[in-house]
Design a protein around this ligand. Sequence first.
Ligand code: ZN
Length: 511
Amino acid sequence: MISIRRVIAYAVMHRYLATLLAVSVLFAQPPASRIVSGKRYPRLVIRNAIIIEGNGTPASGPKDIVVENGMITAIVPFDQVSAGRGEGHRPAKADVEIDAAGKYVMPGLIDAHGHLQDERGGIPQPFEYELKLWLSCGITTVRDVGSDTTKALQLRKQSAEGEIACPRLFIYPMFNRGVSPANPAQARARIREFKALGADGVKFLGVYRDVMEAAADEAHHQGLRIAHHAGVEETNAWDDIKFGTTSIEHWYGIPDAAVESGRQHFPASYNYNNETDRFRYAGHLWREANWDRLMKVFDGMVAANVAWDPTLDIYEASRDLQRAQNQPWFRDYLHPTLAKYFEPNPANHGSYFFGWTSTDETFWKENYRIWMAALREFEKRGGLIGCGDDAGFIYQMYGFGLIRELELQQEAGFDPLKVLQHATENNARILGQESKLGRVRTGWAADILIVNGNPLDNLKVLYPTGVDEIRDGKAVHTGGVEWTIKDGIPYHVPTLMSELKEMVAKARASK
Ligand SMILES: [Zn+2]
């Protein structure tokens, strides 16, 4: 069925068709093959763009975008009204031009919860696999919230210098990696050590309250941002509110802060280190939260500027295991190392699906319903929602997981325009980069996607494997990001995807 939105989009297109045709004679596009994927050009012009800015305002165009030295230096509208006012002085021809006619242009996606991984379960897997999947899924920035810090910092440098095909990286080392700081003095020392290494923030997971208080205080002094994954432990969202956490990851700690007895009701046999127990009873948690108390928690988070990065996608196997295990892109793009890691195995974090029952899925479906309602309420009260995928665990592939996260945020009740804002402008705010990243705006970094289709109509067009549509009675395969431009460097996604396919085929053959 053709949506009204699409009909309007086509009508707008047809209205400007004459203008576009006339203009295309003046500005003949060089064939795409002349643009070298992965090369930085001093000046690049994107023509005929319908732009989704990233700040929640509606799509608009056609416009030309000028990119110089990695920055957006001009955005020129040339619709009939602008042209009538004499405003549409279209930019001069550049060495390299991309024709975005019939496509949508939007900011590069930011993944607020990624992990740089060059192994899974001790088996090697090249960084290149993850980095190219990220770019193919339109991700131009990743907040790494726990990986091998030395390697991550090296990749951040290589990415910034344009040496490797890689999103820009922000590194938040895992606070407890190695020997956990045991007291406030050690906590402060660990934070200073991260600062000296050049980290952008810190990731808390499983910290005692006094340790967290000291570490958070030191992080504020050192200018490091804080991502907190609270498990079922001493701290909950009230501590994030008190200590100034930048973003709560996932969701634990939020319903926990609203459970009346102060602690979820677990069976006597519950063992937190048994992952099947842990994930099974996590599916019972939201129903135990008292809604009125939860609203107080939300108001506290809003007042203290604590954002929420829910990562809905990473728990999806809990509500629908078969869906998670049979995603179509696994056929050609799932690296054998990752495939092995996803198999149920008590030694691999997140691979807990032994005896997963329809009852478990039913609890989780209700868990999602309450969680999604809570997310809507949080934003309504002024809360900042981000977007991350935590891929590399639980059947989520890098990049694909983030697009699934967008779909789930739409399911939660947010308009696609809002959902895209969560993954661009809001995530830039979480990173403290809101005056540089997350928008298609003059003066902002040239992190731009050129998409085959309208993501406001169908977020699935962002999947690099594309979508099938019926046009004029014929089935056509379309969709996918055509170009992911990061820091002004254009990456041709179909080229990256064929490289990935080959990489996976070779890895499978060598097994
Ligand atoms: Zn994570």
